[in-house]
Design a protein around this ligand. Structure first.
Ligand code: FAD
Length: 516
């Protein structure tokens, strides 16, 4: 198992934080921070990593004012700190203002989307939300100048360049250029709005955005660039004679880490189910995913109770693990409280194990869910396998409600699954068609067909493991009887699929070989 890294300290422009550094970095810092708390197994986080890297590279020169960072909550050593910061879903984006004295969990990023440009613009808004007293000292004023201020700038002789970006209200170009030039000396960049047409005319500015430049010797005029874009203005100003990059005293970034992970590949049979996957998944669910919550109450607590009931009744685990689940279920059912600190649940799980030798693996070990890289497959794979197993194992005690197991899984995913988008997609699918399930067999097939819908949606995504392509499952080699050709088209024989699922996810197909 072990940690996967989507970002590499020293290689990417992203500041890689961890349990040891996040507090010190963000507390009382002379710069603001934007931190992405992610999980390396979350497909959306994997898919988003190129954008985050590109953003960090794009605003590298803003680092004295605001920094782009990432912290992997899937790493064992970071779990406690992610709990402290109240991270329940991945990715979660948090802003931290400069010079915060007391501990803060940060402010959530709010934007219509997470496109690079949107995030960059909210970074600017965030910088402007600082009060005058706590603004990062390296951050130049970002508010527009009045025409009278511009005139006095033109008259003053500061011995350096003065650039003024004229733009319309709502344009971010001026502020971006101001921030781009932070590490450069011999130049001061400001911005002004285009509200006063007569004033623009006196300066000879025909259109906005435009950049007006006053040279150290007093000569002045419009900057001539091929396109009125941020990158054109910034690069023009950076290459003026005597404008040089100063060496800013930034804290050292941690050096490139040695990748100490050794992945041991375990041979396995794709036609089998491995106890190691199911138990590792349960371990992760109980000790890590749920443990991101400090306490549970109300609907969340009910969801956990119902989920544990289903798992305790149906999980075809080894006897000690089933015993543990039963105890947990009884304890949850008997508690008169309507709020439980999650630590109490962890204590129960861990103490019972110590006292009675009842054992649920306390680390992840993937077999059928191994990925060809550490961030691929793993936990979400094991969760699917657990869910299919539960729908197949559903026995007559859930007979009167054929949807009971599915509805419980649905609530678990929506309430607790750390991959928030996954939970939302799954909920949308459930709303669309879970109602049509009228028998236990239909419940098994519903989950199968929805899983295939997810597979086809994710085919070609960055989180797809090249060794385990997302294709309709079971493939013809696994189940020849499941496939037929109807009018020249590959089609499912659902009766055979059901037979196959019941065999594949049965206890007789479950192998103990690699269990902990
Ligand atoms: P998985 O899809 O995890 O499948 C695990 C195993 O299940 C396969 O190896 C195979 O043995 C078996 N299997 C495959 N298909 C079926 C089937 N149709 N029926 C029964 N068994 C099957 N990731 C995203 O990026 N976006 C999402 O919206 C998203 N939604 C998810 C929703 C849920 C409820 C879950 C549990 C996960 C979700 N994921 C999502 C994660 C994603 O589906 C995969 O789990 C992840 O990419 C790992 O893929 P994998 O190759 O291990 O195969």
């Amino acid at each position: 198992g072990g940690a996967a890294r989507l970002y590499r300290a020293g290689e990417d422009a992203v500041w890689v934080l961890d349990s040891g550094s996040v507090r010190g970095a963000t507390a009382n810092s002379s710069a603001a921070w934007l931190v992405q708390f992610y999980s390396s197994w979350c497909g959306h986080c994997i898919g988003y990593a190129p954008t985050w890297r590109a953003l960090a590279g794009d605003v590298r020169d803003w680092a004295a004012a605001i920094r782009v960072a990432a912290l992997d909550c899937a790493e064992e050593k970071n779990q406690e700190v992610c709990r402290t910061y109240d991270i329940h879903f991945y990715p979660t984006f948090r802003y931290f203002k400069a010079f915060t004295k007391a501990f803060t969990t940060g402010e959530n990023f709010k934007g219509p989307d997470r496109e690079l440009r949107t995030v960059r613009q909210t970074m600017i808004d965030f910088l402007q939300n600082h009060t005058e007293g706590n603004r990062p000292p390296a951050c130049p004023p970002l508010d527009p100048l009045q025409p009278s201020d511009v005139l006095s700038l033109i008259d003053s002789r500061g011995g350096h360049y003065v650039a003024v970006v004229f733009e319309s209200n709502g344009s971010y170009v001026g502020r971006e250029v101001i921030l781009d030039l932070i590490p450069y000396e011999n130049i001061v960049v400001s911005r002004a709005l285009d509200g006063d047409a007569a004033f623009l005319e006196t300066l000879g500015i025909p259109s906005v955005p435009s950049c007006y430049l006053i040279h150290p010797n007093g000569s002045r005029g419009l900057v001539n660039v091929a396109k009125p874009l941020r990158s054109f203005f910034s690069s023009y100003l950076k290459s003026l004679p005597n404008v040089r990059k100063k060496s800013l005293l930034l804290p050292e970034k941690p050096n490139k880490e040695e990748n100490s992970e050794v992945m041991v590949w375990r041979e396995f049979d794709r036609a089998k189910l491995y106890m190691a996957d199911l138990e590792s998944g349960l371990h992760y669910l109980l000790r890590v995913e749920l443990a991101t919550h400090r306490s549970l109450a109300g609907a969340q607590l009910k969801t956990l109770r119902d989920f544990v009931t289903v798992v305790a009744k149906l999980f075809p685990g080894r006897p000690p693990v089933r015993k543990l689940l039963e105890m947990l279920q009884e304890w949850l059912a008997s508690l008169p409280l309507d709020r439980i600190p999650y630590s109490a649940i962890l204590d129960l799980v861990n103490n019972q194990m110590r006292i009675s030798g009842i054992f649920l693996t306390n680390h992840v070990k993937w077999v059928g869910c191994q990925g060809s890289r550490p961030e691929l497959r793993g936990y979400p794979c094991s969760l699917w396998k657990l869910f299919h197993t539960l729908t197949v194992q559903a026995h007559p005690c859930f007979e009167d409600d054929p949807q009971a197991v599915l509805q419980t899984l649905r609530r678990y995913v929506h309430t607790f699954f750390g991959c928030k988008e996954c939970g939302e997609h799954f909920e949308a699918m459930a709303q669309e068609s879970m109602d049509s399930v009228k028998t236990r067999d239909q419940a098994v097939l519903w989950l199968w067909s929805r899983h295939n819908a997810v597979n086809s949606r994710l085919a070609g995504h960055l989180s797809e493991d090249p060794k385990f392509p997302k294709v309709p499952w079971p493939t013809p080699d696994l189940c020849p009887a499941c496939h037929e050709e109807i009018k020249g088209l590959d089609s499912w024989n659902e009766g055979q699929v059901l037979v196959f699922l019941k065999q594949h996810y049965s206890s007789s197909n479950l192998i103990d070989t690699y269990s902990a």
